[in-house]
Design a protein around this ligand. Structure first.
Ligand code: ZN
Length: 241
């Protein structure tokens, strides 16, 4: 892919037909938009990324609903389509999906499995305890080194800076950051997680998230994260050829 040929014209072509929720029309070829990180392909369809909304004219209806909606397919982490039965772990991995998003009704009626007949969205003490780090775990040993070791097989340049690991893919980079305390839906002290997002090198405002973990013990999620990052990296490498 040639940087000089990158234009945002494709957004103009669909601008009149974007849903208020950012959904793009199904009969449109969105490959270029997805490759340019202007759209994100999800199980529910193709949706504008948050950064892409800013490219629309200021009086565009989709710009008018700026922001932040409780749930956004173009922004928030969602479970794999096969994961139809949520568990307490599901709420830690994709909290927005289950608390504010399409999974809300299902989470509200699913029992967490602990004593007391609590549902997943209730405040269950046993769920909160399960969310704590195991005895002796060092919460500070989660991010940089752990992520870098998980990405060791990735055929791309990986670097780290503070709590952020970066995979340089040319036109875009993947940033993996520690999200400690970044989520308002988890108390900072209980939550430690990782998120990975694809960022356009020439416009850091244009990004989309490819992975989010909201687990106090992020270690168990690192393999999943590495898998997601590797898949995206391969996709971008193929796209560049
Ligand atoms: Zn519970």
């Amino acid at each position: 892919m040639n940087h000089g040929n990158l234009r945002y014209g494709p957004l103009d072509a669909v601008a009149d037909r974007i849903g208020h929720d950012g959904r793009l029309p199904e009969d449109t070829d969105t490959t270029d938009l997805v490759n340019a990180v202007l759209a994100r392909s999800t199980p529910a369809g193709v949706y504008l990324t948050p950064g892409a909304r800013w490219l629309l004219p200021e009086d565009h209806p989709v710009r008018q609903v700026m922001y932040r909606p409780d749930w956004d397919w173009g922004r928030d982490a969602y479970p794999s389509p096969e994961a139809c039965a949520p568990t307490p772990q599901s709420l830690r991995t994709c909290p927005v999906y289950w608390i504010n998003g399409p999974g809300r009704a299902l989470a509200a009626r699913t029992l967490c499995g602990h004593e007391g007949g609590y549902r997943l969205k209730d405040s269950c003490l046993a769920c909160e305890e399960a969310n704590e780090a195991p005895e002796g775990a060092d919460p500070d040993a989660t991010t940089g080194p752990l992520v870098l070791s998980a990405l060791v097989h990735l055929d791309a340049q990986v670097s780290s800076e503070g709590d952020c690991a970066m995979v340089d893919l040319g036109q875009v980079r993947i940033e993996i950051t520690d999200t400690l305390g970044a989520r308002i839906d988890y108390p900072a002290i209980q939550h430690r997680g990782l998120c990975a997002q694809i960022v356009q090198q020439d416009n850091p405002d244009r990004y989309y998230m490819i992975y989010a973990s909201a687990d106090r013990n992020a270690r168990r999620d690192v393999d999943h994260l590495a898998h997601a990052v590797t898949a995206e990296a391969n996709r971008y490498r193929l796209a560049r050829r």
